[in-house]
Design a protein around this ligand. Structure first.
Ligand SMILES: Nc1ncnc2c1ncn2[C@@H]1O[C@H](COP(=O)(O)OP(=O)(O)OP(=O)(O)O)[C@@H](O)[C@H]1O
Ligand SMILES: [Mg+2]
Length: 241
């Protein structure tokens, strides 16, 4: 389908692609120059790979992630997740695609979990939002399995506030895995963690790729975190270097 892929990537499906994606922000009040947060970025991320996006502050990393994950609409260009052109979708269809085919882990563990739900309910929330019965034994078992996977077996009944920041971030990874998404996006998932907790979270993301064949795209400014990835994309001034 794409003429630029080499034989190595041609045998693997492309989980995420950007073609000449730009995101401009107009100045409020009409004065001054517009900001170009993303400047005609193109890339293809193979399924089953772990990609880190690095670059200086303001280089466009978060904008890249937001556009790639369908949380923001680019000003120009095409984003495809699992072959679907996000720009062709209505808001409702885009919301469904984000819910069913994309997993998210955000920077602050405080933003990741719903405080009024226990951690097992947080893990299965994407399934429940998609219509699953939260009392269904298969749904509950899936939540328990994922909590065991992230080292928190038996803690499902606790509230998020009773866990450390690193433990909450591991719950966020479990939740990002629950729908078996095409792509898991993480924006600075280890930024607020000590090195040991950061390693645990990065190991979970790497295992999601190596064991489950998931695709992970992670923004980080930390070279140590980036070293866990197979591929490092460097952004500078809204472009990929
Ligand atoms: N809502 C917005 N309105 C105007 N400009 C914006 C907006 N969001 C981002 N920008 C600009 O776009 C550029 C890229 O921002 P972005 O947040 O993507 O950078 P980043 O690489 O994630 O930075 P950091 O490492 O500090 O998180 C910056 O110049 C920023 O000022
Ligand atoms: Mg950012």
């Amino acid at each position: 389908m794409e003429s630029t892929v080499d034989t190595n990537t041609a045998v693997r499906a492309t989980a995420l692609s950007l073609e000449s994606v730009s995101r401009r922000y107009g100045r409020r009040g009409g004065g001054g120059r517009e900001a170009i947060a993303l400047d005609a970025v193109s890339c293809a991320v193979p399924a089953g790979s772990f990609t880190a996006v690095v670059g200086p502050s303001g280089s466009g990393k978060s904008t890249f992630l937001q556009c790639a994950a369908g949380l923001d609409r680019p000003t120009a260009g095409t984003v495809r997740v699992g072959g679907t052109d996000l720009g062709s979708l209505s808001e409702a269809a885009l919301t469904r695609l984000r819910r069913d085919r994309i997993g998210f882990v955000f920077q602050s563990h405080a933003l990741n979990l719903v405080p009024s739900l226990n951690i097992e309910e947080n893990v299965v929330l994407p399934l429940v939002l998609a219509g699953a019965d939260p009392t269904d034994e298969r749904v509950l078992a899936r939540g328990r399995d994922l909590l065991a996977r992230v080292g928190l077996a038996g803690r499902g009944g606790q509230g998020p506030a009773t866990l450390s920041g690193g433990q909450q971030q591991r719950v966020a990874v479990a939740r990002a895995l629950v729908t078996e998404p095409d792509v898991i996006f993480a924006d600075e998932p280890t930024a607020s963690l000590d090195p040991e907790s950061a390693s645990l979270v990065l190991g979970l993301l790497r295992d999601a790729v190596r064991i489950d064949g998931r695709t992970v795209v992670m923004v980080t400014h930390d070279p140590v975190a980036a070293s866990w990835a197979d591929t490092v994309l460097t952004m500078d001034g809204g472009r990929l270097r």
